[in-house]
Design a protein around this ligand. Structure first.
Ligand SMILES: [Zn+2]
Length: 381
């Protein structure tokens, strides 16, 4: 706890110091990694947290988001997905090109983020899980989060033990649920785990989903296709993809693409990996994405994209930064350090700090997930 607080303060100081140095962008370049396309990913833009989101680090306030847009438009060139496709296919990208994306299709992106992006002239891609459009169901992340916040981790553990058949299984945090437990089980076991959670907590999911109205409606989804906005694929039910069968590829990837195209009336050209890990982007999935008409794939490991980015491996920075100096540090400094680490080490130890402020600490065996949360590699199956 003490170390964590110390690290948080130290990273604040480092971010602040970098930002105050005259020509901080030039100083960041001294780190040596040539950095092409910057991509950032946001989730929920909301003035308040709810039990469905507290603890998974998906929310920033409209004020913070507006400040982030002000920073991005002052220091970068916001580009559209089309700019990225043509730029990466040989035409080149403008200096300091940045692509803004949103994952998980929270209603707040239509209500708050899209109008602000329009106001600032910032194009964006919205990655959507069609299963949750119109609020008939809860996304697994929000269901798990709700149960943990309202009933505690003991209910999560009871459901996990029932599915794993392991009475000694002990998950201590939501980061462990999403970073270790869920990636290691099949889609069928994940559904059994979620069903056990619903039963143990007495949740009527369809009623709760309707009352909470967390996600986009069909109408909002359609409206998002105007301006320089685009809809992208994020799997049908927001799942890890590393143990997909051929049938899972059809039910999670193809079905989502087809439903989103029908709902939006536009072509779905890009895919964002749920939870953001390259471990889920298997050769089978990559091949399937290419064959099914996707032209770009986005991860969220917060590593700087190289000079000639691979359209099927575009990394993004998941951020909840609350100040310009932290945002600068998260976009310019830490991704370069991670890229350098990846170049130096064949089997890289992850570079990450928890919370909104990141650090380069190789002694902690932690990774990033889609939300920028630290996850413990040692506990992964
Ligand atoms: Zn997601």
């Amino acid at each position: 706890m003490f170390y964590s607080r110390f690290r948080h303060v130290a990273m604040n100081v480092a971010a602040d110091a970098f930002w105050r140095i005259l020509g901080s962008f030039g100083v960041a370049r001294i780190l040596g990694h040539s950095y092409s396309l910057r991509c950032v990913v946001f989730h929920n833009i909301s003035p308040t947290e709810s039990p469905f989101t507290a603890g998974i680090r998906v929310s920033i306030t409209p004020k913070t988001f507006e400040a982030a847009l002000r920073f991005l438009t002052a220091h970068y060139v916001p580009v559209s997905l089309q700019d990225v496709l043509t730029g990466c296919n040989g035409n080149g990208l403008p200096p300091r090109a940045i692509l803004v994306t949103f994952d998980d299709a929270y209603a707040s992106v239509a209500e708050c983020a899209a109008p602000l992006c329009r106001q600032f002239g910032v194009p964006a891609v919205f990655f959507v899980n069609a299963a949750f459009v119109d609020n008939q169901r809860l996304a697994p992340d929000n269901l798990v989060c709700y149960v943990a916040n309202v009933l505690g981790m003991e209910t999560i553990n009871a459901a996990a033990r029932a599915v794993a058949g392991n009475e000694t299984l002990e998950l201590h945090s939501l980061a462990e649920v999403f970073g270790a437990f869920l990636p290691a089980i099949s889609l069928a076991d994940r559904e059994a785990f979620l069903e056990a959670l619903r039963n143990l907590s007495g949740i009527n999911e369809s009623r709760m989903a309707k009352d909470a109205s967390l996600y986009l409606t069909s109408k909002q989804l359609c409206d998002l296709t105007h301006f320089d906005f685009e809809i992208g694929n994020h799997t049908y039910t927001h799942t890890h993809c590393r143990s997909f069968s051929q049938q899972d590829l059809v039910s999670e990837v193809e079905r989502n693409k087809a439903e989103l195209e029908a709902l939006s009336g536009t072509k779905i050209r890009s895919f964002s990996q749920p939870y953001g890990s390259s471990k889920d982007l298997t050769p089978e999935l990559a091949e399937h994405l290419k064959r099914s008409g996707h032209q770009a794939v986005f991860l969220s490991e917060s590593v700087a994209n190289p000079r000639r980015p691979d359209l099927f491996h575009l990394d993004r920075i998941s951020t909840c930064a609350e100040s310009d100096d932290t945002l600068f540090f998260e976009i310019e400094v830490l991704p370069r350090l991670r890229a350098i680490r990846n170049r130096l080490f064949h089997n890289p130890a992850p570079v990450r700090a928890g919370g909104a402020h990141s650090s380069a600490n190789r002694q902690e065996s932690v990774d990033l997930d889609e939300y920028g949360n630290a996850t413990d590699r040692r506990k992964r199956a």
